[in-house]
Design a protein around this ligand. Structure first.
Ligand SMILES: Cc1cc2nc3c(=O)[nH]c(=O)nc-3n(C[C@H](O)[C@H](O)[C@H](O)COP(=O)(O)OP(=O)(O)OC[C@H]3O[C@@H](n4cnc5c(N)ncnc54)[C@H](O)[C@@H]3O)c2cc1C
Length: 465
């Protein structure tokens, strides 16, 4: 089935732009085309735009998923030249200029004159994809809700634990990867254990929870200035987080994980909840487009694009955001927003017969990460902020970029509840999540007959053997 890209009722199709993805790159590309004489079709595998930087707050019960994932259709409802479709793009034919996608019930193709691919990146387990089952990453709303379920039910399991060993394992949370996401997760789990849940349980003291943050790198937040890394590690330790650097994960299973410490010794950490915030890997669509265009990809699978973000040999195809490799630019929201807008501006200029804007120039607005309530680090050019001032800057910037007035209002309210007070309004865990996990664990136990999944013998048994 071919989906016509012109909007209903119009006789001659205008220049047809297909945008793949409703993340920062795709959404801002579509918005930038509002006044252009083009018909835009945005196709994405999710019905929402996702503000990934706040996923960790959904995972730890501060915000609801709706606040960070507004419907793309709603955001673009007033832009008459855009149509939004739900679909998983399977193929791009650069010769016939068609995109093939799987919709809810059918596979369809979309012809294009210009194409913007903004399919983003996924989690990388560095070749150990089986870790994903026990150590979910944090890239999507599903991931955040899965983690929320695991984190809150871990405390419930601890309350019911029959042995100290079982309780300690339930109360051990390991975050792998000490970049901004890992730091934010570790800080928030610590706040949950020490502030939010304090006094709510009868058999356990939640403040005895062990939160471990590990990374193979020698410091936390390696992309920030060293002083900010030090400050962050100190603050995390004061919050009770066990920060372990130069530590490599060699295995993850249902009972915990195995790490190689800086001395080169293997150690087991018995943990019920493992969060993977370590690597990123470009969406497979990047390799597909690159292969077809004869273009190169980098090690993470990102497409090496021309200076104007187009694919070599195909000036009508643009790859933007996390999927693009250009001048070593980082995979951050501002790169995606600005490159999406730049690709769109190039298309609009060509259609209007104006000179194109030329090479993409990134304007670095800085980076920030929160550590706990009232504490963050921020680096804006040469300005380096820590503590409360950085936190206020963080608060302001995130509110500014959140999409939708009502989301800003409710987010502010939920932040007040969590940061000024100590409550969390989004602690619901669905029965579906718990049942699915319990069934999965039973299947694993049956499969490996007493040992944990992957044939690992739990540490206690190994020692007594
Ligand atoms: C947990 C987390 C925290 C972060 N924190 C920060 C931060 O604090 N500051 C910052 O600047 N950046 C942060 N980032 C990075 C930032 O979110 C990304 O750089 C940005 O989202 C990239 O935008 P994008 O449009 O390229 O990709 P994405 O936002 O990932 O969007 C990709 C889109 O493509 C769609 N898609 C994927 N495959 C297909 C397919 N086959 N067919 C159709 N649609 C498809 C997806 O559904 C999605 O809509 C964070 C990222 C994560 C995961």
């Amino acid at each position: 089935m071919t989906v016509p890209t012109s909007t209903a009722g119009r006789p001659a199709p205008r220049h047809r732009v297909v945008v793949v993805g409703s993340g920062f790159g795709g959404l801002f590309a579509a918005k930038r085309l509002a006044k252009a004489d083009v018909d835009v079709t945005l196709v994405s595998r999710t019905v929402h735009h996702l503000f990934q930087p706040l996923l960790y707050q959904v995972a730890t019960g501060i915000l609801s998923e709706g606040e960070i994932a507004p419907a793309t259709r709603e955001i673009l409802r007033r832009q008459a030249n855009v149509r939004v479709l739900l679909g998983d793009v399977l193929d791009v034919d650069l010769e016939t200029r068609t995109v093939t996608f799987a919709g809810e019930s059918t596979t369809a193709s979309l012809p294009y004159d210009s194409l913007v691919v903004a399919a983003g990146a996924g989690q990388s387990y560095f070749g150990n994809d089986r870790f994903a089952e026990h150590a979910p990453g944090m890239k999507t709303v599903d991931d955040a809700l899965e983690l929320r379920g695991r984190i809150f039910t871990a405390f419930e399991r601890a309350e019911l634990a029959a042995t100290t060993e079982e309780r300690d394992r339930a109360l051990t949370f390991v975050v792998v990867g000490a970049g901004p996401t890992g730091v934010e997760m570790a800080g928030q789990i610590a706040e949950l254990a020490h502030r939010t849940l304090r006094g709510e349980f009868r058999s356990i003291a939640t403040s005895t929870a062990r939160i471990v943050l590990l990374d193979a790198a020698p410091r936390v937040l390696p992309s920030f200035h060293e002083r900010l890394s030090r400050d962050t590690a100190d603050r995390l330790r004061r919050l009770g987080v066990d920060v372990r650097l130069r530590t490599k994960v060699t295995d993850v299973d249902a009972a915990g994980l195995t790490v190689l410490n800086p001395q080169g010794e293997e150690r087991r950490i018995a943990a019920e909840t493992v969060v993977w915030a370590a690597g990123v890997e470009a969406n497979p669509l990047g390799r597909l487009v690159a292969q077809k265009a004869g273009a190169a990809t980098d090690r993470a699978g990102r497409v090496l694009v021309e200076p104007d973000t187009s694919v070599p040999g195909h000036p009508e195809v643009f790859v933007v955001g996390d999927l693009m490799a250009l001048d070593g630019l980082p995979g951050v929201a501002q790169v995606a927003i600005q490159s999406g807008r730049h690709a769109a501006a190039t298309i609009a200029a060509r259609v209007a017969g104006r000179p194109a804007p030329g090479p993409f120039r990134y304007f670095d607005k800085g980076s920030m990460a929160t550590i706990s309530r009232f504490a963050a680090v921020a680096e804006i050019g040469r300005i380096r902020l820590t503590g409360f001032v950085a936190w206020v800057a963080w608060l302001f910037v995130h509110l500014l970029y959140l999409i939708g007035f009502k989301n800003r209002v409710t987010t502010l309210l939920h932040w007040a509840i969590s940061f000024v007070g100590r409550g969390r309004t989004q602690r619901a865990v669905t029965r579906q999540q718990i049942v699915a996990r319990t069934v999965l664990e039973r299947v694993e136990r049956d499969r490996v007959g007493g040992t944990t999944v992957d044939g690992h013998v739990p540490e206690a048994e190994r020692q007594s053997a």
